[in-house]
Design a protein around this ligand. Structure first.
Ligand code: C2E
Ligand code: MG
Ligand code: MG
Length: 761
């Protein structure tokens, strides 16, 4: 063992480069060399001890053990002290007793370090050469040769070789242990496990009881329990209670001061009562390990400790790195709350735990956070999120699992009765104090019970997100519970999206056209292009069903470009076929309008079709008008620069402010169908269309009413001064060949209603 002192004294100064220091000097008794004399002749025992009495070899005294037969020697060797040399008589009970004993020593007792000197009384009675070689026998002497001087030189050379062999073996064993210890330690994840492992391995290596503790300086900021200063991160034996304690709080002064001395000096501390080892780290997170036992240290031990400590330091460094990576992977660095991945793990645990009926997952989203962030800066936004995290920690942290999932989305997993919507809302009732000001937050929540989860944690999270999305669109500032219908709806939407992809590939989308009538002349003044999707079984799928999906998935960009080109080509064809001056209205969705390629796609549709741009009218909805005013203004200006007209579709359903209308370059307002329905029968229902018509005219815009189904509606609109009308009264949306036919009949004035589902061309 490395703790066995072989040297004279344990008084080391700080050795250059070794980093080892003995702070407390220790007087050490020099261990003797044990020499066993095995001989059936009592005279040999007395002569030998007499000849060597008081002799020291290599600085240490000799101690003799005696056996007068091979059998007695076996007894002594069965529980041997460290025997350096055996002086062994060859002939005892039997002629080869000595050689048999050698066999036992080497092969049974496995004593390979002990040196053996054979002695025989009969000159010429030598053991065979083979035996000397096979049994690693040091020397062979006749008893007459063993004078004091000869004995001394023979023993000295035997003891010297014993010492060398021992040192080599000790080092080898120590290195084996270090390799083993390092391997074991690296397999432990987490700094705490690592530190606990260091205590065990260190105690084993030094051959002492694992009674001690380990402190680390400045634990990683990201650890879930951040704490400044030095902390006890592992403790064993009677120190076990001190785990997690700040070093300052340790009551045992001796332990505390020893650890502080070690960390301050960056050096090991050895004393008669204890040992403190220092483990340096490049990242300033140095570690000190206190062991209750003193260790005797010799050169070999010193070197082994050095190897151990530097290995452990590297291991510590790696472990810290691993735990940091773990923290990055499982914790949100801004709020130090667990992140999505850890939440999913927790959800998986709960779902497997068989108590899903008791748990619920609530997602809490801060309303308008992005705007706050933009308006007040990211630092303010960060502080706000930290304040929310802190509030959630104090109110729910001890009973629930918290997480931050996205910028402003937090999650709480806990028992249903704790997470009732009213309880959650109450958390946000009191204002947050930020930068000295009171801030009241509005939050929207999506809540999903785990009992509704068929799959794993990821599905539970998806459910809660569905509920949150529902709440965001329909109950902003409030909450929605997940229902299985929501999941069905989503599944249906994704099926539809899938089929839409296929439909596009198979060219199942086509355009129909609905005429627009000038109310003063009753002539066709324009047509609107409307998209249709005929499914594989011939049914028509409503645009109101698939356009939102196309918008959401981004497919509307490609579809929209295609519509734009088709409609432009159709307009050019109308002109060519003798119906000049009929404008073509094309619906543009917000996503399209925002897309950087939008203007270029209008340009190329115009250029490629050769259409007169003034006959193209792009319909934007009021939600487009909600875009950022500068961007909106610029884009509209560019559109106008191309020569096209712009109409605001479904006017009155959105929230466009009047000042926007005044500033933006639009040509026409389309009164939404909803305002037309009762216009003829209910006088009050006329007020909004009347208002819109007046407003439009005052701003110099023309006004068209959509959804006109009856002559009475048309008459009323005409009386209100509306310029144009579009609706089933005049014509349903129809396919190009039917349109040409309709126009050919001069049907601008004829009120026909051909079926919309005319057979495809
Ligand atoms: P919208 O642009 O307001 O189109 C007018 C809608 O009113 C059309 O519905 C049309 O068929 C319907 N309509 C016309 N006259 C009457 C009537 O007298 N009574 C009733 N009840 N309805 C009438 P449709 O074709 O189902 O389109 C619905 C919406 O889908 C459109 O509303 C438009 O917002 C969108 N959409 C249609 N085609 C496209 C397109 O190519 N691109 C984009 N982005 N959106 C389109
Ligand atoms: Mg439209
Ligand atoms: Mg409309």
């Amino acid at each position: 063992m490395v703790n066995k002192a072989l040297d004279d004294e344990l008084v080391f100064a700080d050795e250059a480069g070794s980093g080892l220091t003995t702070v407390v000097k220790t007087e050490q008794k020099r261990p003797p060399w044990n020499v066993l004399i095995v001989d059936d002749d009592p005279d040999v025992h007395t002569t030998t001890t007499f000849a060597l009495r008081g002799t020291e070899i290599l600085g240490c005294p000799l101690v003799f053990l005696h056996a007068d037969s091979a059998a007695q020697a076996r007894e002594i060797l069965a529980s041997p002290p460290d025997i350096a040399v055996i002086l062994l008589d060859v002939v005892m009970e039997q002629e080869d007793s000595g050689l048999q004993l050698v066999h036992t020593i080497r092969n049974e007792f496995k004593m390979s370090e002990t040196r053996i000197i054979l002695r025989t009384g009969q000159p010429g009675y030598a053991p065979e050469m083979d035996a000397i070689r096979d049994y690693d026998i040091n020397d062979y002497k006749t008893k007459s040769e063993l004078t004091r001087n000869k004995l001394f030189t023979t023993l000295t050379s035997a003891i010297r070789s014993y010492r060398q062999i021992r040192t080599i073996n000790t080092s080898r064993r120590g290195l084996d242990m270090i390799v083993h210890a390092t391997g074991e330690l690296l397999a432990l994840s987490g700094i705490r496990n690592f530190a606990a492992g260091v205590i065990t391995q260190m105690a084993a290596l030094l051959g002492v009881q694992p009674e001690g503790l380990i402190c680390v300086q400045r634990p990683p900021e990201l650890s879930p329990a951040p704490s400044d200063g030095t902390l006890v991160i592992a403790a064993a034996g009677r120190y076990a209670d001190m785990i997690n304690m700040p070093l300052d709080d340790i009551h045992e002064d001796r332990v505390k001061h020893a650890l502080i001395a070690c960390l301050d000096k960056g050096q090991h501390v050895f004393s008669e009562q204890y040992t403190v080892l220092f483990f340096g780290s490049r990242t300033q997170r140095n570690m000190a390990a206190y062991l209750d036992s003193a260790i005797n240290i010799d050169d070999a031990s010193r070197q082994l400790l050095e190897v151990f400590c530097s290995n452990i330091s590297i291991g510590l460094e790696n472990t810290l790195l691993f735990s940091q990576l773990h923290d990055f992977a499982y914790f949100d660095s801004l709020t130090t709350l667990p992140n999505r991945r850890s939440l999913i793990n927790k959800l998986d645990e709960r779902l497997l735990g068989g108590e899903r009926g008791r748990y619920t997952l609530a997602l809490i989203d801060i309303d308008g956070f992005a705007d706050t962030n933009d308006a007040l800066g990211h630092q303010y936004g960060d502080d706000l999120l930290k304040a929310v995290a802190a509030r959630m920690r104090t109110t729910l942290g001890s009973q629930c699992n918290l997480a931050r999932l996205a910028a402003d989305t937090f999650a709480v997993l806990g028992q249903i009765e704790l997470l009732l919507p009213a309880n959650l809302q109450a958390i946000f009732r009191a204002p947050f104090v930020l930068h000295g000001q009171d801030v009241v937050l509005s939050v929207t929540m999506g809540i999903a019970h785990l009992v509704d989860v068929d799959g794993d944690g990821a599905e539970a999270l998806k459910n809660a997100y569905l509920a949150l999305r529902r709440a965001k669109t329909h109950h902003r500032g409030e909450y929605a519970f997940f229902t299985r219908d929501m999941a069905l709806e989503i599944r249906e939407r994704s099926r539809l999206l899938q089929s839409l992809r296929v439909a596009i590939e198979r060219q199942r989308l086509f355009l129909v056209y609905q005429p627009q009538i000038d109310l003063s002349t009753s002539k066709v003044c324009g047509i609107e292009a409307l998209l249709r999707w005929r499914s594989e079984d011939g049914r028509l799928i409503e645009p109101s069903r698939f356009i939102p999906i196309a918008e959401h998935s981004g497919m509307i960009i490609g579809i929209g470009e295609w519509v734009l080109r088709m409609a432009c080509f159709q307009q050019a064809e109308l002109s060519r076929k003798g119906f000049p001056g009929i404008s073509m209205a094309i619906n543009i969705s917000v996503a399209q309008f925002r897309h950087p390629r939008f203007i270029a796609s209008v340009q190329s549709a115009l250029a490629d079709s050769g259409v007169d741009p003034t006959l193209i009218e792009l319909e934007i909805t009021e939600s487009v008008a909600m875009e950022e005013i500068d961007f909106l203004g610029r884009t509209l200006e560019t559109m106008k620069g191309l020569g096209v007209r712009v109409a605001v579709d479904d006017f009155g359903t959105g929230f466009s402010s009047l000042s926007y209308l005044q500033r933006l370059q639009v040509d026409r307002l389309k009164i939404d169908r909803g305002f037309i329905v009762d216009i003829a029968s209910d006088e009050r229902a006329r007020r909004i269309p009347e208002l819109v018509i007046d407003l439009g005219h005052k701003l110099g815009l023309s006004v068209i009413a959509e959804g006109v189904e009856t002559a009475a509606q048309a008459e009323t609109l005409k009386a209100l001064g509306c310029d144009e009308a579009q609706g089933f009264l005049y014509c349903r949306p129809i396919e190009p060949h039917a349109l040409l036919e309709w126009l050919g009949k001069g049907a601008g004035m004829a009120l026909i209603n051909p079926p919309e589902t005319a057979p495809p061309q």
